[in-house]
Design a binder for this molecule. Sequence first.
Ligand SMILES: [Zn+2]
Ligand SMILES: [Zn+2]
Length: 262
Amino acid sequence: MPNTIVDSHAHLGWDSFQEDRIEVINRAFDSGISQIVQAGVDFVSLADCLKIADDFPNIFNGVGLHPHEAKHWNADSADIVRDAFRHKSMVAIGECGLDFYYNHSEREVQLQVFREQVRLCRELNKPLIIHTRDAWEDTFAILKEEGKGELRGVFHCFTGGPAQIPTIKELDFYVSFSGILTFKSAKDIQCAAPMVDADRILVETDSPYLAPEGKRGKRNEPSYIWITAEKLAGLRSCSVDQIAVSTSKNARELFALPAPSS
Ligand SMILES: [Zn+2]
Ligand SMILES: [Zn+2]
């Protein structure tokens, strides 16, 4: 029997899946995906994401404000995050972090709102899903200052390189590889892939974004995760089965997922 795998980061609640969401989800499970974590980006779509998890018990959720949405953080936001954990599908805070490439929210606002969400991780003892782009130093600084060595989390859609791996190991965080790993131009990411410890690697699609090589330009969907897993296996000189087993185990540990339900 072929192995199963966890897609540790996707956005299935979005409009791009409106027409055929159920088919996409069924294709994911048919392809051998056992569980999917949907990352939260705003509070507006939260109810839709919870509803999807109600319909599909192997789908889980994160809650938080993406750095693009950081300007929407207000006095009620921390309570929205706390309340969201009453839902049984809620497993993480995020995705949140810093994106100094797009700067859709002011940098100062991004820094403050990331800090708030890191504090909530410690308060609620939940793992963090980090989105960071062109902001490694500030991201690491906040994790060290606010985390105080007690945080768990993942650098989702890793776009760094070998230079970032030592600090990530020091923090004892996980690294998640997306379809970008398969791009010919992604040399730094490919160099970093064998450096991550086997018990700290995750894979993800970030659907509907970042379709892997061979599907580029198309809408991404969870069933394409196997292309990234295959690439990762090649870079780490192991089998796809080994990648599937270890990344699934890692995702279950980080997010405290239950055994997949049939
Ligand atoms: Zn992201
Ligand atoms: Zn995402």
